[in-house]
Design a protein around this ligand. Structure first.
Ligand SMILES: [Zn+2]
Length: 267
């Protein structure tokens, strides 16, 4: 099982903003699809519809990297050694063997160490090579490069958190991944509204991508946004986008991403 093409789409922009969508992919190679349980095969843990939700990124001439394949192939926002992002808490791994609802992913044997290594080489590494290359390309053009890691998740998942998650969960690896002035700018539009609840560095503080690439001293500033899917889509199968909700949310999202772009451009 190997990708026929690079397992991502890349739009190269000239602006100082990169947007990464590591969990938006829904393709599953047929050899893998044949091994999945019915609960896994519906791909419920996808970060659904993010390219449509963020349909304004061309306006910022952003560089946009979107995974084409499901996180069930390999999770691009996990460390390559499979270390836990949140020690002591329930997490899914580099090659998930259970779903967010604690259902088994594989009807038979889960992947062994060799298969995990092959998926890391053939699917994980190309995404990270592309991301690192784009950051370096933009660093040569701008004093500040900003990285927005875009995610979404079901609003109620007892495995990971109690009750209902706040609508917008911003993560900066507890302030290690970006300059304080950047997150202040990103949060200003959020603080100016009352419709959507939000938190900074709550249950979700930024995954591997935010922690690995956010390096303020090197001029690279990363923010992760984990948002609940309820604010733009139906969380039940077939996981349809809700255009009214999405249109309501988009101006706020655009204001936050725009603030990031403006902050980076001001340097
Ligand atoms: Zn995600």
């Amino acid at each position: 099982m190997k990708p026929d093409n690079p397992p991502f789409t890349l739009r190269r922009g000239a602006g100082p903003l990169i947007v990464s969508m590591p969990h938006a992919g829904t393709l599953v190679p047929p050899e893998l699809a044949a091994r999945l349980t019915p609960a896994a095969a519906i791909l419920a843990d996808t970060d659904w519809h993010l390219p449509q939700v963020y349909d304004f990124l061309d306006d910022f001439d952003a560089t946009v990297l979107v995974a084409t394949h499901s996180r069930l192939v390999v999770d691009l926002n996990r460390p390559p050694d499979g270390a836990s992002l949140y020690p002591g808490q329930s997490v899914t791994g580099l090659v998930p063997v259970d779903t967010f609802r604690n259902e088994p992913v594989y009807a038979g044997q889960p992947p062994d160490a060799d298969e995990v290594a092959a998926r890391r080489r053939d699917w994980w590494q190309p995404y990270h090579d592309a991301l690192a290359r784009e950051i370096e390309r933009l660093k040569a053009m701008h004093a500040r490069v900003t990285l927005w890691d875009a995610h979404s998740i079901a609003s109620v998942l007892p495995r990971f958190f109690e009750g209902r998650l706040p609508d917008l969960n911003f993560g900066t690896a507890d302030a290690a991944a970006c300059d304080a002035a950047l997150i202040d700018a990103v949060l200003a539009p959020v603080q100016a509204q009352r419709e959507y609840g939000w938190v900074l560095n709550g249950r979700f503080k930024g995954g591997y991508i935010t922690r690995r690439y956010g390096a303020p001293a090197r001029g690279v500033h990363a923010v992760q946004l984990e948002m609940t899917q309820a604010i733009y889509m139906d969380e039940r199968p077939p996981f349809a986008l809700q255009p009214d909700r999405c249109e309501r949310l988009r101006p706020l999202l655009r204001a936050c991403v725009g603030a990031m772009h403006a902050w980076a451009s001001a340097a």
